[in-house]
Design a protein. Structure first.
Length: 328
């Protein structure tokens, strides 16, 4: 299938014309702590969890040395129960504070950390133009401009922080160096999106954290710098790795979470899918439940040229999670 008509505008607005095949590990991010309630004045407290999982995406043919797996059914149930509890607590807090309404539209401040080995492009020194294009892709993806549902979210770049540190390059998922990097660099509260760009280890394209009740220094999104629009990662350089990972940061699962059984990705309008898609397999149908596989969804692993939408259900889930976990 060709480019979506609405996507052509994005592709010609300084965005490269190849794709981002998320043919990666079936993975997700941290299991939320079951306890801890919101305080009367919800300060941003950094808490280091014992185990920080992350969504990891692997280039075709690659293998990850550290490859977090898709959430188990038990982990998914724990996360869903915590989401419901967190939303109830936040609703009670807002009501007690005389501000019972939840956010309907959200502008997310974005801080981008460019991790470099040296000052060359090969050493991670990508131009500002690629970062600005990535922010444009996020805004277009989340506001429905590429053809999907419009979500509540917009993104505003606050700053670009360039750090030359060979000890953090490449960025290694789950490593002590990653923890050191994020602990040193992360800025802002739970509502601030920190994006870390650089070369990644083990053929990974990116990973992210799910929202948690208490802010921890690992919170954020890690993305292969050359997967940004105009990058050199063939088939992965139109910015949809960033969109996919930010979806996780806003509490979306993969569309193939849980396969053909159970509650899947906990979103009713994404058809069940047995396994991640690769390329752009139009008409693929891996489950007997109604609907073909959602290969055009940002939370699948299709190529960028095939990936263009969030659903209304995903938009609702992200806003619910925002109000439960990240809203001020």
């Amino acid at each position: 299938m060709g480019l979506r008509p609405n996507l052509l505008t994005r592709r010609t607005a300084g965005v490269a014309s190849t794709t981002l095949a998320l043919l990666l590990s079936t993975a997700a991010v941290g299991v939320l702590p079951a306890a801890s309630a919101f305080s009367a004045a919800p300060a941003e407290v950094c808490a280091e969890p014992a185990d920080v999982h992350s969504d990891a995406r692997i280039k075709p043919g690659g293998g990850a040395k550290h490859e977090p797996n898709e959430l188990t059914l038990a982990e998914t149930r724990e996360r869903e129960a915590d989401l419901a509890a967190a939303l109830r607590e936040r609703t009670r807090f807002r009501a007690g504070a005389g501000a019972s309404t939840m956010a309907a539209t959200v502008t997310i401040p974005v801080v981008v950390h460019v991790i470099q080995e040296n000052s060359t492009r090969a050493g991670g020194n990508i131009p500002d133009s690629m970062i600005n294009s990535q922010i444009n892709v996020l805004n277009q993806s989340f506001n429905g401009a590429t053809g999907g549902a419009s979500t509540a979210f917009a993104f505003q770049l606050q700053s670009i922080n360039r750090v030359t540190n060979p000890a953090w390059y490449p960025i290694v998922s789950g490593s002590s160096a990653e923890r050191s990097m994020k602990t040193s660099l992360r800025t802002g509260g739970k509502n601030t999106l920190n994006i870390y760009l650089g070369e990644l280890s083990n053929n990974l394209l990116g990973w992210a954290t799910f929202p948690t009740r208490q802010l921890n220094s690992m919170d954020g999104v890690v993305v292969l710098s050359e997967s940004l629009p105009g990058g050199t990662a063939t088939n992965y350089n139109q910015g949809d790795t960033g969109t996919h990972e930010v979806g996780h940061w806003l509490n979306l699962y993969h569309t193939f979470q849980g396969g053909c059984s159970g509650s899947g990705d906990s979103v009713s309008d994404t058809p069940a899918e047995a396994s991640p898609a690769s390329g752009c397999p139009t008409g693929r149908n891996t489950c007997t439940a109604p609907g073909v596989d959602p290969i055009t969804n940002f939370m699948d692993y299709s190529y960028d040229s095939c990936m263009y939408q969030f659903t209304a259900g995903q938009a609702s889930r992200m806003l619910t999670a925002w109000n439960a976990y990240r809203a001020a």
